[in-house]
Write a protein that binds this ligand. Structure first.
Ligand SMILES: Nc1ncnc2c1ncn2[C@@H]1O[C@H](COP(=O)(O)OP(=O)(O)OP(=O)(O)O)[C@@H](O)[C@H]1O
Ligand SMILES: [Mg+2]
Length: 255
C-alpha cells in the first residue's frame, strides 16, 4: 500500500488555482523533497496532505484512508516556528505536547516523559531538556519541534522549510537527522535548496501549480533535473538554488 497517494488533485483559494491536476505517490520509506518557487503551492500541498484543507477536485489517500482518518500517522513541523521570548516554556514542555493526543487524562505519565526524553536524545537535544525555548538558536529550536513530532509515533514526518534562516552547516545537520529518522519513517520536506535535498531525497517534487516528480535523483542528475525544471516552466531559474523569489520575478518580468 502507498503511504501517500495523490490523484488528479486541484485546489484553489477562492478563484485562484494554486494546484492543478497534481498526481504522485510515496512509499513508506521514501524521503520526498518538495521544491519550487515562493507561492508555487508547496505549503498548500502539505496542508492538503494533513487534511487541514480539502481539495475541490481529485483525491488524497494516506495509507489508503482519508487524511483526517490517518491524522495520527502524520507528524507536522510547520513553516513558521516563532518563539515568543516572553513565554517561559521549556524544551521538555514543548516536546511533551506531542503526547497530548495520546493522553486523555490531561496529566503526563511516566511513559510520556520516557517518550519525550527518547525523542530529545534522537535529535541530540536531551541535555537541553530544561532550557527555555526562547534561549535556543533557530537550528536547536527546529530540532525541538522535530522531537515533538517524533513523540507522536507517526509514520510520516512532514516538515515545511525546517531550515529556513538556518546556515548551511545547520541545514546539513537537520538533513542528516532526517536521514537517520528515514530508517523508520517516511519523510516529506519542503525546501528551497536543491543542493541540500539532492544529497538526501530519493524523490524530488517540483511544484509551481503543476507538479513534476523526479525519482531516484543524485548529484550527477542535478543538471538534468534543473534542465527539466527550466524547460517545464519556460524560463531559466538560478542553477544553484531554485529560490523562488527570483523565479517569480522572472515570471513577472516575462508577462
Ligand atoms: N489562506 C490563503 N488564502 C488565500 N490565498 C492563499 C492562502 N494561502 C496561500 N495562498 C496563496 O496560494 C499560493 C500558494 O501559497 P503557498 O503558501 O502554498 O506557497 P508556497 O509554495 O508554500 O510558498 P513559500 O515558498 O513562500 O512558502 C500563493 O499565491 C498564496 O498567496
Ligand atoms: Mg510555504
Amino acid at each position: 500500500m502507498k503511504a501517500i497517494e495523490v490523484n488528479n488533485l486541484s485546489f484553489a483559494y477562492h478563484k485562484q488555482v494554486v494546484l492543478d491536476s497534481v498526481s504522485f505517490s510515496t512509499d513508506l520509506k521514501d524521503f520526498l523533497a518538495i521544491i519550487g518557487p515562493n507561492g508555487g503551492g508547496k505549503s498548500t500541498l502539505v496542508k492538503l496532505i494533513l487534511g487541514l484543507l480539502t481539495p475541490q477536485k481529485g483525491s488524497i489517500k494516506i495509507f489508503g484512508k482519508s487524511p483526517k482518518q490517518s491524522a495520527h500517522l502524520l507528524a507536522y513541523v510547520p513553516q513558521h516556528v516563532h518563539s515568543n521570548s516572553d513565554f517561559p516554556i521549556t524544551v521538555l514542555e514543548v516536546v511533551l505536547m506531542g503526547r497530548l493526543n495520546q493522553n486523555w487524562l490531561g496529566r503526563y505519565t511516566k511513559k510520556d516523559y520516557e517518550s519525550a526524553y527518547e525523542a530529545l536524545r534522537k535529535v541530540g537535544m536531551d541535555k537541553l531538556a530544561n532550557a527555555k525555548l526562547s534561549r535556543l538558536s533557530g537550528g536547536q529550536r527546529q530540532r525541538v519541534f522535530i522531537a515533538r513530532a517524533l513523540c507522536m509515533n507517526a509514520k510520516i514526518l512532514l516538515l515545511d522549510e525546517p531550515t529556513a534562516s538556518i546556515d548551511i552547516d545547520g541545514q546539513r545537520q537537520i538533513f542528516e537527522l532526517l536521514h537517520q529518522l528515514n530508517s523508520h519513517m517516511g519523510i516529506v520536506v519542503v525546501s528551497h535548496d536543491i543542493n541540500v535535498v539532492l544529497g538526501y531525497a530519493n524523490k524530488i517534487a517540483h511544484i509551481n501549480r503543476k507538479l513534476y516528480m523526479h525519482e531516484a535523483p543524485c548529484k550527477t542528475t542535478k543538471e538534468a533535473i534543473l534542465s527539466t525544471l527550466n524547460s517545464a516552466h519556460g524560463h531559466l531559474c538560478p542553477v544553484e538554488l531554485v529560490h523562488a523569489q527570483t523565479c517569480n520575478q522572472n515570471h513577472e518580468e516575462e508577462l
